[in-house]
Design a protein around this ligand. Structure first.
Ligand code: CP
Length: 335
């Protein structure tokens, strides 16, 4: 495998093989598999799970890693393509990325959406232009519109619990949040569940429909897998018979980049917080998922988050096994 940009770049067979490898590495450690290999990790946006799980993954496979972020006392970074650098910023991204790549055998990049243009973010323009500067395989650690490592870990989590793929009802629900959060996780999650062959319902209030291009892409994945993708603002209808409720806050595509307009749109939506009553019409074994970090009492109540339905810790732990499989596939066979 040469890097990982998106789960949709992989076939169903390739995803299954990665999950099989993740399970193998979980139960049969290979502490020498990546001996002498180095993973460079470039974080332009914050993280707890991604940063630590990638470091843990490399250590468990016998390799090493280093992290660089704007907080780690690097020179101020300039991203603008044609600029005279006579201000505060002393380092251009066009040199920074090739330099970091030259120290590693693979490069992980995290860069949240710039939110200047919805179309540019759906095209993942900034991430793609940074990736193109790397001379080694790039792993997308969350870009404007993609979070493939989260999706692979979530897929493994669903498999472990025997959540049905064919005929399994997966509800991706918008949740309230004080901030206008990116589209990467909801876009990747709806695609992952559709690719897995599930019947996916996107539940969201008016004004928070996922962009048409995101939904169309998920529908194409569902056509191939035998799943389906629907959307509604009717919670009772969406949650009826659900096997999974995956909560996530995301920005309004309608007011993308306009925080004031979004705040106005959300002022009466505080009840979009997952409580136990959400599961009344669901299957008895219905699970609660969230990628974390999560705001307690805003996105979900603590009793659901800490209750038997909740898979959040298992999802986070599976990040490490899933990423070990990704790293093994990229680096174990490269010379
Ligand atoms: N879920 C996730 O990517 O977590 P972090 O933002 O903490 O890395």
């Amino acid at each position: 495998m040469r890097g990982l940009n998106d789960l949709s770049d992989l076939s169903r067979e390739e995803v299954d093989a990665l999950i099989e490898l993740a399970i193998r590495l979980e139960h049969h450690p290979e502490p020498e598999a990546l001996a002498g290999k180095v993973l460079a990790l470039f974080f332009l946006s914050p993280s707890l799970r991604t940063s630590t799980s990638f470091q843990a993954a490399m250590t468990r496979l016998g390799g090493g890693s280093f992290i660089v972020s704007p907080e780690s006392a690097i020179h101020g970074l300039e991203f603008a393509p044609d600029v005279k650098m006579d201000g505060d910023k002393a380092e251009h991204i066009r040199e920074a990325i090739p330099v970091l790549a030259s120290y590693g055998d693979a490069l992980g990049i995290r860069a949240f959406a710039p939110k200047r243009s919805l179309e540019d973010d759906i095209d993942d323009r900034e991430f793609q232009s940074m990736s193109a500067l790397s001379t080694v395989p790039v792993i997308n650690m969350e870009s404007a519109i993609r979070h493939p490592c989260q999706s692979l870990a979530d897929w493994k989590t669903l498999d472990e619990l025997d959540v049905p793929s064919s005929g399994g009802k997966f509800v991706l629900s918008w949740a309230n949040h004080p901030r206008a959060l990116p589209l990467a996780v909801p876009a990747s999650t709806v695609h992952m569940a559709a690719m897995r062959g599930m019947d996916v319902t996107v539940l969201r209030p008016e004004g928070f429909a996922l962009p048409d291009r995101v939904m169309a892409r998920a529908r194409r994945a569902a056509d191939l897998s035998g799943g389906s993708v629907a959307e509604t603002s009717d919670a009772r209808d969406a949650l009826n018979g659900a096997h999974v409720v995956y909560a996530k806050a995301w920005s309004s595509a309608k007011h993308y980049g306009n925080d004031d307009a979004e705040r106005e749109l959300k002022k009466d939506l505080a009840h979009w917080c997952v409580t136990e009553s959400w599961f009344e019409g669901a299957t008895p074994e219905c699970r609660f998922m969230h990628c974390l970090p999560v705001r307690r009492g805003v996105v979900v109540t603590p009793n659901v988050l800490e209750g038997p339905r909740s898979l959040v810790i298992q999802q986070a732990r599976n990040r490490m096994w899933a990423q070990m499989a990704i790293l093994h596939s990229i680096l174990a066979t490269s010379s």
